[in-house]
Ligand binder design. Structure first.
Ligand SMILES: CC(C)(COP(=O)(O)OP(=O)(O)OC[C@H]1O[C@@H](n2cnc3c(N)ncnc32)[C@H](O)[C@@H]1OP(=O)(O)O)[C@@H](O)C(=O)NCCC(=O)NCCS
Length: 336
């Protein structure tokens, strides 16, 4: 075990250091796989870290230590690792856990993880299970990373489902259009309509409640704070309804090409919804999307639209099932 590290929440000014830890940790093992990272562009990661520090400050911890081999005489402690998880309803999700390459294998990653896991209830006399944390524990890992997969699996957070990164310039005209009887409205327009008058099926409060209900059905939990973050960071959302006004799903795309999340109550609509989002919000360059293997309709649609699988798959890991991934596409692997 590492005796020298100390642990505490980060200061807002330290998030850039966390970003550099992320870059070093990922670049190190990707380089060993022959796929080194391009030069760092950390702005999207720092936006996410700022968001999670605001929503889950008690689940964001940094490890500080003197970095081995660097000025052993007098260098001050610096951030050598960090971990951050989010809690949404009953689901705890590990968003990030990274340790500098030269500090790995000394117990820092495990110490960070145990500090941000939900606390254990007291063991009852009959309890023999090694881990009895209530709710669901989940995360997403790289399939090529045995250390993280092994460490999380010991807590029951076992890899269950591959998630493929599909990338490319889309040709959505090949996909089916939305069927008759399905209406689509941009989120901003739903919010403007009705001005939130009581009883009207529009307005900001109605939209927030509607999205939360769809999320609880498809993803297993509501996360309004993350929708606000997505919209503030360039993703455009659309609400899909039957012609008699019944909400049946939502989806996002962005001009930067970041696709998702998409949540549907009816999985047979996935191909036309993908077609609609790719057509309505045209990416300036390539579109990138994460597709769970369970979402066969989305996989077929994106491949037919011209996207290609990039690299090796990630893996969704959980202690207990929580989402219907045949009708949910995550917006990223760090924030489903
Ligand atoms: C993954 C990472 C955060 C772990 O941090 P770390 O400080 O190196 O990890 P620790 O030394 O605390 O513990 C590693 C654990 O993994 C276990 N482990 C290592 N290799 C393993 C393997 N092949 N199979 C099973 N378990 C393995 C170790 O036994 C240890 O578990 P233990 O504490 O129960 O004995 C760190 O290695 C890292 O940043 N890696 C690169 C980036 C990354 O992959 N991050 C996770 C994103 S999904």
């Amino acid at each position: 075990m590492n005796a020298a590290a100390s642990y505490r929440p980060p200061r807002p000014t330290e998030l850039a250091q966390c970003g550099l830890v992320w870059y070093s940790a990922v670049d190190d093992y990707m380089a060993r796989l022959g796929r080194p990272l391009p030069p760092p562009y950390l702005d999207p990661l720092l936006d996410l870290l700022r968001h999670l520090l605001s929503t889950d400050p008690e689940r964001f911890v940094v490890a500080l230590s003197r970095v081995r081999g660097v000025d052993p005489g007098g260098s001050p402690d610096q951030i050598v690792g960090f971990g951050i998880a989010l809690q949404r309803d009953h689901v705890w999700f590990l968003s990030q856990l990274y340790v500098l390459p030269q500090e790995q294998g000394r117990g820092i990653g495990r110490a960070l993880l145990t500090r941000i896991l939900p606390s254990l209830p007291p063991l009852g006399a009959q309890d023999t299970a090694a881990d009895l944390r209530p709710g669901v524990l989940a995360t997403c890992t790289d399939s090529a990373q045995p250390v993280s997969n092994g460490m999380y699996a010991r807590f029951g957070i076992v890899p269950r489902l591959p998630v493929f990164n599909l990338v490319g310039t889309a040709r959505p005209s090949i996909l089916p259009t939305l069927p008759d009887g399905i209406d689509v409205t941009p989120f901003a327009e739903v919010e403007r309509q009705g001005h939130g008058a009581p009883g009207s099926e529009s307005g900001p409060a109605w939209l927030a409640d509607t999205i939360a209900a769809i999320d609880r059905d498809a993803l297993g939990y509501a996360h309004p704070e993350d929708h606000a973050y997505l919209r503030a960071n360039g993703r455009s959302g659309f609400l899909y309804r039957t012609s008699d006004g019944r909400p049946i799903g939502y989806g996002y795309h962005s001009e930067a090409g970041r696709f998702g999340p998409v949540a549907l109550l009816d999985e047979t609509l996935i191909a036309p919804v993908i077609g609609h989002l790719l057509t309505t919000i045209q990416a300036r360059g390539a579109t990138t999307v994460w597709v769970p293997g369970a979402n066969d309709r989305a996989m077929v649609a994106f491949l037919r639209a011209g996207l290609r699988i990039e690299g090796f798959p990630a893996q969704l890991c959980w202690t207990r099932p929580f989402a219907a991934f045949d009708r949910y596409l995550p917006g990223s692997l760090a924030l489903l």
